[in-house]
Design a protein around this ligand. Structure first.
Ligand SMILES: [Zn+2]
Length: 388
């Protein structure tokens, strides 16, 4: 077997062309700042351990059609060429000149990252620019024109494809509706989605009772977190639910949508996750991938509407995926200047952020209620924390 790089990273500066304008909440530039920070702080000695792909051609129609309907592709193409590009959905996701290719390039980035794993060139792959989990086969939604995750999964999982079964984990603050409904009746994808309760946040879906249908019955697992929930709820709930589900399903690949909009202080969502919670969830995911599928793990970015959280959080995820410890200390001055220029905001000075809450009685109580609700919905038991 050829030796595999521990981590493939896909980032083309042209990903920044996915740009709805300066006043739109979604700014791909925050992901660019994450990549810059990762690159500025990863020691040069580890360069051999990283396989960078820095140029990505937009996905062609045949690739996009693995998930999207041809008439929708026509609609996006025509809308992005219009003299006055219209909204592609109710208004959140505007068309823009070059938008078709920009969105198709993000899709290709995720497809290529997954191919690096499937071909055996890398053990893990990271596509910080991807994670557009709201797009549906026939419509744009929630800042997502094309669904890079769903296209990549549709091309890699199933008969005649590299993987027979995959698990999709989603920790974005919003429910990953495009992926979940896209594979709702598909028995080849276990979908576990932690998100802010849909009664309090877009897109409104992802209740515990949505558990899949047909071949997919029991394989769609929704964990609606109450507004204000933080690491003290996320970490124990993840630890209790995810390991038994993955061990039972035995995926050959894990895909993690690592949205950063659950971070405390996000401008659109109302959760309170912190650096320790994200680090814990990613560490558990890496360990589970090592245990159940020979380490095969694709991680994408996702939402995130506070530049500092996105930049530091995704850079930190890169360090973890590269097999390095959590970075600490002051941030590079050149990077801080770049952050201030790009965002117009004061740059953070250090990696360390305020310590968020550890385990708490309230967190354990909420976690216990979520697990009970899922036990009822799925008709199974989840052993107490730590038990096998
Ligand atoms: Zn989101």
């Amino acid at each position: 077997m050829p030796s595999r790089a521990p981590l493939a990273i896909v980032w083309d500066p042209a990903f920044l062309d996915y740009d709805f304008g300066p006043n739109h909440p979604f700014q791909e530039s925050s992901r660019g700042l994450a990549v810059d920070l990762f690159e500025a702080t990863v020691p040069s000695g580890s360069a051999g351990a990283l396989a960078w792909q820095r140029s990505v051609a937009p996905a062609g129609r045949s690739v996009l059609e693995r998930f999207h309907r041809p008439d929708y592709l026509d609609f996006v193409d025509a809308s992005c060429r219009a003299n006055r590009p219209p909204a592609l959905d109710g208004g959140d996701t505007p068309a823009f000149a070059g938008g078709f290719d920009a969105a198709a390039r993000l899709v290709a980035g995720t497809v290529d990252a997954l191919a690096a794993i499937a071909d055996g060139r890398a053990r893990r792959a990271f596509q910080p620019g991807g994670g557009l989990h709201h797009a549906h086969p026939e419509r744009a939604s929630g800042f997502c024109i094309f669904n890079d995750l769903a296209v990549a999964i549709a091309g890699a999982v199933g008969a005649g494809r590299p993987f027979a079964r995959a698990a999709y984990l989603d920790i974005d603050a919003h429910h990953g509706d495009g992926v979940m409904y896209g594979f709702y009746e598909d028995g080849r994808l276990l979908d576990i989605d932690f998100h802010q309760d849909g009664r309090t946040l877009f897109p409104g879906t992802g209740g515990v009772e949505e558990t899949g249908r047909g071949d997919g019955a029991g394989l769609k697992v929704n964990v609606p977190m109450p507004p204000g929930a933080g690491d003290e709820t996320l970490v124990p709930t993840f630890r209790r639910l995810v390991p038994p589900l993955l061990r039972d399903f035995r995926p050959e690949l894990i895909v993690l949508q690592h949205g950063m909009d659950g971070h405390a202080g996000d401008r659109l969502a109302g959760l309170r996750y912190g650096p320790q919670g994200y680090a814990s969830v990613l560490r558990q995911t890496i360990e589970l991938a090592d245990e159940v599928c020979d380490g095969r793990l694709l991680v994408t970015g996702g939402g995130g509407y506070r530049a500092e959280s996105v930049a530091l959080g995704l850079a930190r995820a890169g360090h973890q995926l590269a097999g390095r410890g959590s970075p600490s200390g002051p941030l590079p001055i050149a990077w801080r200047e770049r952050f201030a220029t790009v965002t117009g905001e004061a740059a953070p000075a250090r990696w360390a952020e305020p310590v968020t809450a550890g385990p708490s009685e309230a967190g354990a109580a909420v976690s216990g209620m979520l697990v009970e609700a899922l036990e009822a919905a799925l008709g199974r038991r989840f052993p107490p924390d730590g038990a096998r």
